[in-house]
Design a protein around this ligand. Structure first.
Ligand SMILES: [Zn+2]
Length: 637
């Protein structure tokens, strides 16, 4: 998901249903069928059957009928407490007038057990009737009004807690003849029609398919197999640009991940002012719902949500399975599920030419600014932030001193991990290989992954391609001489960022006062700087230019970046060490610089960051930088 537009399920097909028949006629057919035990108008063989009437759009009430066969003694039903967002939202607050009848149509008493659970004592087939109020725009809610209906079905449909794995069907009724239905579910009759319910192999699969019912425009992305369809409700969008952008996104991501994991895919767009359509996007097994008010927003969110088809929908954190609709479900992995999905959202845009490199750098710099402006980064790890996702509904928790965002830091960790992998393998491997490894070894086998599997996957990719363990100090020119020479260094990017100081510096000396041990010369003489290459790899992460001899004593580099993947994960994922953008970015031939953001009446100016390409990168830096932007590696090197 993505919450603002700024930025292994069973195979199913999706259909849109033109409304050929009079829905009023159909309503009467079905309504009369309800009286005698329901669904004479359906040929579905599903165990649990729902109908949803849209007859009261101006009252924003979905009227639901739920038929449950084979009840023994009593039937317990619940409505999820959460869905779409990792927030307890108690959808049951919207429910009114729950009633029940037995298979002979006789009314049954309904008792309420807790805020979201009801019980009916009976045997045989039980039919429940209730209404639920929804009039919220956006992909994380549901809405019924005179312009359209949008349903996240977990927010509307009761479930039977111990019968979630049974076949289910849902039929929508009583909508205007000019409206159509778009949903990534199969129609029961094999062909879409207004009289055919949609079916799913389980409640979970059913509610992972949002439904748009309204007067939308629809088109298919040309030349894409398996088919990808786009449904847009709204106006004033640039269809050809959106179509071209989505084609590029789909082609790039399915190519990178080795094929599409669906039989058919559906984009549902709500396009218009955010006050009307909301904002953000929500991923689903074979579809996504996105609300956007601008074309760049529609495209950016589309790139993020489409990548979720792998990362989170099929490459699934073990802690999120099976879904528990009744209470919070905790995982430490949202930094990967959401943050690294954002990494690939931005990678997709720059690798398909939808962004320029400049836009990619600006987006990355903006993420750095966001993280560095949150004091909570000093004590909340990105794993802790994932666990605390359930607190995000509280405005206080979102304060900069109380939390960081797993989207934000997760996106940065993804980019830095990519650079680390590329650096340590001489650009033979990248984060792409880690995603493909996870896809092959977990998603395609239907296995969820645990926290430790991410590090293991990174290690596996690294060990396949690593040339050598990275050295802490790789002094050049190398010689057997023992005399240490201290030099002060000017590293291309180091003049810009004062780590954690909140102030701008423009000289390397004030930042690090770096002192590096370099040995050369058989005779141990302290050679003048002119004998040294003007650019030295002091360490794998640090390329420096030699300035003047200043400290002849033996010293070590004050910079200690992670040399191993284990260290990277321990420090930046489960730990709270500041991310050292400088040496990561310098390995990719990029420089990070900070500029004060003028704030009136503020004693200490805030910083915002900018990323620039080094004008004279080494060949290695250029190789890594170009490959990261293009999504390639040099496996044969
Ligand atoms: Zn997301």
């Amino acid at each position: 998901m993505i919450r603002s537009s700024r930025v292994p399920p069973a195979s199913r097909q999706l259909f849109t249903v033109p409304c050929h028949l009079s829905t009023r006629l159909l309503f009467h057919l079905c309504a009369s069928a309800f009286i005698g035990g329901f669904l004479l108008c359906s040929s579905a063989s599903a165990a649990i059957r729902y109908t949803v009437s849209l007859a009261q759009p101006d009252q924003h009430l979905f009227r639901v009928t739920m038929v449950v066969p084979d009840v023994r003694d009593s039937l317990t039903v619940s409505l999820p407490a959460w869905n779409a967002l990792y927030q307890i939202r108690d959808f049951s607050q919207r429910v009114l007038d729950v009633r029940a009848a037995d298979q002979n149509g006789r009314a049954l008493p309904v008792s309420k057990l807790d805020k979201q659970t009801w019980r009916v004592s009976s045997t045989g087939t039980v039919t429940l009737y209730y209404s639920i109020y929804w009039d919220e725009p956006g992909p994380f809610a549901s809405q019924l009004n005179p312009t359209h209906a949008f349903l996240n079905l977990a927010m509307v449909l009761f479930y039977v807690p111990d019968r979630r794995s049974e076949d289910v069907s849902v039929l929508f009724l009583d909508y205007p003849s000019t409206w159509r239905i778009a949903v990534a579910l199969k129609p029961a009759t094999g062909a879409a029609s207004v009289t055919s319910p949609f079916i799913a192999p389980s409640y979970d699969a059913l509610v992972d398919a949002p439904v748009e019912i309204g007067p939308f425009e629809e088109f298919r992305l040309q030349g894409i197999t398996p088919p990808v369809r786009v449904v847009i409700h709204g106006e004033n969008y640039n269809r050809s640009q959106l179509e071209d952008s989505l084609r590029r996104i789909v082609i790039y991501q399915t190519g990178m991940m080795g094929g599409a994991p669906y039989d058919e895919f559906l984009f549902i767009y709500h396009y218009g002012p955010s006050s009307i359509v909301g904002g953000g996007g929500m991923e689903h097994a074979n579809s996504t719902a996105i609300s956007a008010s601008t074309l760049p927003g529609a495209i950016n969110v589309g790139a993020h949500e489409f990548f979720h088809l792998w990362n989170v929908k099929r490459l699934r954190p073990a802690a999120l399975e099976p879904v528990d609709y009744s209470r919070e479900q905790y995982t430490r992995l949202l930094w990967f599920a959401e943050g690294v999905t954002s990494t690939y959202g931005s990678y997709t845009l720059v690798r398909t030419g939808l962004w320029t490199p400049r836009q990619f750098y600006d987006d990355l710099a903006n993420e750095i600014t966001t993280l560095e402006s949150r004091p909570a980064r000093a004590w909340q790890s990105v794993e802790q932030s994932s666990l605390d996702a359930w607190l995000e509904k509280y405005p206080l928790y979102r304060r900069t001193d109380l939390s960081i965002s797993y989207y934000n830091k997760g996106q940065l960790v993804g980019v830095l991990l990519d650079i680390l992998l590329r650096d340590q393998t001489d650009n033979r491997a990248s984060l792409d290989d880690v995603l493909r490894y996870l896809n092959d070894n977990f998603a395609r086998r239907g296995l969820p992954y645990r926290d430790s599997d991410l590090l293991a996957a990174s290690r596996a990719v690294f060990s396949r391609f690593a040339v050598r363990p990275p050295a802490l100090l790789n002094s050049r020119p190398t010689a057997s001489g023992a005399s240490p020479l201290g030099v002060s260094i000017t590293e291309p990017s180091c003049r810009f960022l004062a780590r954690n100081s909140g102030s701008v510096v423009d000289s390397c000396a004030t930042r690090w006062n770096p002192e590096v041990q370099i040995s050369f010369g058989e005779d141990g003489l302290r050679s003048p700087p002119s004998c040294i290459s003007s650019e030295i790899d002091v360490a794998p992460w640090l390329s420096v230019t030699v300035d003047t001899i200043s400290q002849p004593d033996r010293v070590t580099s004050p910079v200690e970046p992670p040399n191993t993947l284990d260290e990277f994960f321990a420090r930046y994922v489960s730990g709270t060490e500041p991310l050292d953008y400088d040496f990561f970015l310098s390995k990719a031939g990029l420089a990070l610089k900070s500029r004060p953001r003028k704030q009136p009446n503020s004693a200490s100016p805030l910083l915002f960051y900018e990323i620039e390409e080094l004008p004279n990168p080494t060949d290695r830096q250029r190789r890594i930088r170009d490959a990261l932007l293009r999504g390639t590696t040099d496996p044969a090197r």
